[in-house]
Design a protein around this ligand. Structure first.
Ligand SMILES: [Mg+2]
Length: 258
């Protein structure tokens, strides 16, 4: 029997979230292990590192699979990742698909432009409301609309001292009530990232699109890796899924099984 009949030749694609899945910010790194720089801040300072187990996982994946990063990072933030991903990548929560030359895939760009056009104004409103709330309640956080090529993608709030509890309160008191009255808008918080996603923007939509494109050329095996609840959608599309131990999604999965 040929390799194809056995399935040995079926290409494996790993759709993998980056932050907290393949590397961590310095404050979350385990003590006493050799770390290697994995991502930079805008000022060039190293902000994230890989530990030996993460590097081993990456090495193992590279040997047998094509790795496709699926990240909330903007294209600009993705460019500050030091780990090498030579192929295509999904950035901005699925708002942009980059090819190997880091150019936006034109058909997806067209689709997202139409999908997000109506969200710009409400997102600016949410940003203004959030800014006012932060001032009024003297919360030391910043908020911004993440944009790609001039197009509003999603709202991001971070606490300057990385106080996740303050962000959780902010989500409950301000952002979730805002989203609850607007169909399709979703709020995610994981640690010091509080995000508001407009209708039509989700990692899973971009991954579904890529999977369909790849499968149009022949069968593939898909594996998903992610650490956050916002990764669950694209993981559920994959043949196999992994969540790192001790992460938001990993914990939720074990809680469900316990
Ligand atoms: Mg993550």
């Amino acid at each position: 029997m040929s390799g194809a009949a056995h399935g040995h030749d079926t290409p494996v694609f790993v759709f993998v979230d980056l932050d907290d899945s393949l590397f961590n910010s310095a404050r979350k790194c385990p003590p006493g292990v050799p770390l290697e720089p994995a991502a930079l801040l805008k000022n060039g300072e190293v902000v994230s590192y890989t530990n030996p187990r993460q590097r081993a996982l990456l090495h193992w994946l590279r040997q047998g699979a094509t790795i496709v990063p699926v990240t909330a990072r903007s294209a600009e933030g993705f460019a500050r990742v030091l780990v090498d991903f030579p192929g295509m990548a999904v950035v901005s929560f699925g708002g942009v698909i980059l090819d190997a030359q880091r150019q936006p895939a034109p058909r997806w760009a067209q689709h997202m432009q139409a999908a997000l056009a109506v969200s710009r104004e409400p997102m600016q409103q949410a940003c203004a409301s959030m800014s006012a709330w932060l001032v009024e309640h003297e919360i030391d956080a910043w908020v911004k609309v993440v944009e790609e090529n001039g197009q509003a993608q999603y709202l991001l709030t971070k606490h300057r001292a990385a106080d996740a509890q303050v962000l959780a309160q902010l989500a409950e008191q301000m952002l979730r009530p805002w989203a609850a009255t607007r169909p399709g808008w979703r709020v995610f918080q994981n640690d010091n990232n509080l995000t508001l996603l407009p209708p039509g923007l989700d990692k899973s939509y971009a991954v579904a699109y890529l999977m369909a494109e790849l499968r149009a050329q022949g069968d593939i095996v898909t594996v998903g890796i992610g650490d956050s609840l916002s990764d669950a959608g694209f993981l559920s599309l994959c043949d196999y899924a992994m969540a790192p131990q001790g992460t938001q999604l990993g914990q939720r999965l074990w809680e469900c099984l316990a």
